[in-house]
Design a protein around this ligand. Sequence first.
Ligand code: A3P
Length: 338
Amino acid sequence: MAEGQPSSIIVPKYLQEDELSEDVRDLISTLPTDKGWFVNTIYQYQGFWHVPRQLQGLLNCQKHFKAQDTDILLATQPKSGTTWLKALTFSLINRKTKYPITLNHDHPLFSNNPHALVPFLEFDLFHVKDVVPDLSLFSSPRLFATHLPYVSLPESVKDSDCKIVYLCRDPKDTFISLWHFSNSLRLFKGTNPLKDSFDQFCRGINVGGPFWDHILSYWKESLLSLEKPKKKVMFLRYEELKMNTSFILKNLAEFLGCPFSKEEEDQGLVDDILKLCSFENLKNLEVNKNGKRPSGIANKAYFRRGEIGDWKNHLTHEMVDQLNTIVENKMGNFGFKF
Ligand code: A3P
């Protein structure tokens, strides 16, 4: 039961820690721990922080997931714009076959949260103890998502020709978004003081963190993949996606091997996809206002403001300087700038 919670309340799945297999329990008893932002405890494994449910999924998919060359994996840290990337990519790759783009409520995005259409490997497919999911119903190209850092991806993802799209976001906005999201999941525990969460974030202690190491793990791979015959990792930023969505969508389509034809562009298909996946459209759909994920997380938690720079409403000048300096020190040497 979550700390501070009345005993009569049913604990949502995302807070449950008792469905772990023996080997995960054994493993987590040996791992460094810290205070979770919404669960009681988070655990550090292969250099990154995870909630227990994620560790279960991580180990299971490391062991059993077999990537195919045609797979597409969307990789992000929580609160970097995953939901948006899922919607855009799902619309893109299915537009010519299964789901033509329509703004008339026939498209699956009108009745499904993007997370229901593009499952996370570790949270939605491999999360159940001792169960290997049957992925045979996924047609090619299979589209999956993950919050795992590159180091923790199943080996078959690294060894195959499957493509990875990585999306990152400004650290200050990621932090504020994560703070709000975590607070919405804390149920009866009240709001985390901003300063406490900020201190943890600056020490790299948050789900998916350290923030800078997660990004660098994919950044380095994206640079390496430039030297290979086939580009494996496409690296995107939330801010660029916000400011130049149609240009990036077209690049993404090229990368995924389904470029827009002249005819499609003339028909305004790019704009239709942008409208379909826009924050305003998705946020106001019934499914995203009142639906829930199987984990118990409300769909509306994934749509807050969807803006660049909300950190200005929360962080002091000192906090901004502190975080900017940390990020510059950790990432500057690798040629990475926000
Ligand atoms: P804010 O909390 O800053 O509003 P994730 O999908 O990785 O969990 O990230 C959630 C963040 O992306 C939230 O940011 C959310 O509002 C924003 N978001 C969700 N859907 C979006 C969309 N269609 N366009 C732009 N931003 C979106």
